[in-house]
Design a protein. Structure first.
Length: 320
């Protein structure tokens, strides 16, 4: 009986020691760790940011033994759809397609017999924005990507097709979340001198500094944190006539500074005289007149065979 009690005591003490070690690590782990142009920002609230050139990753972290696991927030769907009612469109519907890797592998249209490739094969010289006016309004917009089994980093992405009911809307933005936005966990070993990458067995520590030392203004860091949420899964998008100046990674636009035009379903700047407003501006930074597209929710299901029409929605070629 005494032997069993001693074993139980040893196990309990070991568990308590590991728990205390983990708690102690968590208390002191927050800070900024910079290595080769990449900054790992570990926050006390169990969130993190990875900031590098052209890359912003956000997620949550946890500690197990002497390892810290950074678990990125991956897209919940491959397509997000935003919609508004456009009084200038009398028949049909308009759709703007956004994303860095729009290609012929993406199909859009009416399921199952009126699906079109987004672009032609080997498309190049794509113009922005990619806007198509459909002569007939679809009750449901179906979207899928044929070549999406794995991300660039080996993450399996389910092959799904997405359905979005158009409802009373006739003007849409389709946001494609490309495979490069999906990430595996980042695992780092906690050492006395900093963090150590587990993947390459490096003996060189990534030393910790403070947010104040690495960022001239903490507001900049706060903005990056919030901009990730706006770009990744925004409740709405604000764009001008050229689909520019959306409030994700560029700036946060306060609607309080705008007056809502009921007849046009537009937001116009209170700071600009009415006669100076440019409703047709495509300038990137023009925010005098904005369209507000609200996110609509869709459904998804595994991909099945669909009829693909031969003509793509867009032809992009520099060969001619």
């Amino acid at each position: 009986m005494l032997l069993k009690f001693n074993k139980l005591l040893v196990l309990l003490l070991t568990f308590c020691a590991n728990l205390a070690c983990a708690q102690q690590s968590e208390q002191h782990i927050d800070g900024v760790y910079k290595s080769s142009g990449t900054a790992f920002v570990i926050n006390k609230n169990k969130t993190f940011l990875i900031i590098a050139y052209g890359t912003l990753i956000k997620g949550t972290w946890k500690i197990e033994n002497d390892l810290i696991y950074l678990q990125p927030k991956n897209p919940e769907a491959q397509f997000y759809v935003y919609a508004r009612k456009n009084p200038t469109i009398k028949d049909g519907m308009r759709v703007c397609f956004m994303g860095d890797r729009l290609s012929s592998a993406i199909l859009a249209g009416k399921f199952p017999d009126k699906m079109q490739p987004l672009f032609n094969e080997d498309a190049n010289c794509k113009d922005f924005p990619s806007v198509h006016l459909f002569n007939e309004k679809m009750d449901t917009i179906t979207l899928l990507e044929q070549e999406n089994q794995d991300s660039d980093r080996g993450i399996e992405i389910p092959k799904l097709m997405y359905h979005f009911a158009s409802g009373d809307f006739n003007d849409f933005i389709v946001q494609h979340m490309q495979s490069s936005l999906y990430h595996n966990d980042f695992v780092l070993k906690i050492g006395t001198e900093g963090l150590y990458p587990v993947s390459d067995q490096s003996d060189t520590p990534i030393r910790k500094s403070t947010k104040e030392e690495e960022f001239s203004m903490l507001e900049e860091l706060k903005f990056l944190d919030q901009s990730f949420d706006r770009a990744f899964d925004a409740d709405f998008k604000l764009v001008n006539n050229g689909y520019n100046t959306h409030d994700d990674m560029d700036q946060e636009i306060a609607l309080a500074a705008y007056r809502y035009d009921t007849d046009k379903n537009l937001y116009v700047s209170r700071a600009i005289p009415a006669k100076e407003l440019d409703y047709k501006s495509t300038d990137y930074h023009y925010d005098g007149v904005l369209m507000k597209f609200d996110q609509i929710k869709g459904t998804s299901e595994p991909q099945i065979a669909v009829k693909i029409l031969p003509k793509p929605l867009f032809i992009a070629s520099c060969d001619n």
